[in-house]
Design a protein around this ligand. Sequence first.
Ligand SMILES: [Zn+2]
Length: 308
Amino acid sequence: MMDVAHKPDGVRAASCWVCGSLRTKLFRPSTIAEKMTANAVAITDANYGITAAIFRCDSCGFLQCPDVSGVLELYQDMEDPGYALTAGPRALQARKLLEILEKFRPAPARLLDVGAGIGLLLDEAEKRGFYAVGMEPSRWLAGLGQERGLRLHCGVLPHGDVVGPFDAICLIDVIEHVPDPVDLLRTIRDVMAPDGKLVMVTPDVKSAMARLMGKNWWHFRAAHIGYFDRTTLERACHAAGLKPVHASRPCWYFNAGYLWDRVMAYLPRRWRLKAPSILMRLTVPLNLYDSILFVVEPIHGSDEARSA
Ligand SMILES: [Zn+2]
């Protein structure tokens, strides 16, 4: 089990991860009672509203948790049996994301999935004619994918075995987990083909649902250390030499029983009911319009000259 240091609130502000401004202020003190462990970054963690201290950038409005260090080590150790159980709906979700990607970059093409989990998207991509490669920091998740014969590397970019150029890259619900999102996007651009496309998805902290739910919004969780909206995400892309060519609200798919448990997590423990077994066999679409999907492409010399 890995310890992650949490400094007292306000001890360390940091320059904004998106725009570099030094004017960041405490937005919300830490609600994490104990040291973070690998369990806290599990994908199916249901401790909504529990986060490290969040700082807001006065300049661009980006929200970040600079006091969290050692996140990568937590991901390496993370095991999440709940994630494997949700494989059916997640595979459907991967299919829908690939349908969007294919409008911009159809197969055959070389595809890279960053933060690939157990490789559900890789499976779907291969079926659709892509040559699919994945990267996953969790040894446990990567191992499950490797057992199924997928090209799934354990680790993060840059990685000696993962060399571009890739025509299509997926970054689904990943960028909110990293302490230097612009650096991650630059690393991705480095392995992208000149006409490549990146599909990225992240929660939208300025969405109506996020505003309505306030501090209890389900995306406020210990594993999320950067909170984007459309403007800050676009800004991060530009800083990395990328530009969005499409923006929409992705739809997620869930096992109805899993969804039931997520809703129950909002109730006091004694009111929680076990999901009726029929729900375990149902997959339902859910679009709360509180995530952003961008399709992004590299900015080339002539584009930069135009925007300068
Ligand atoms: Zn900023």
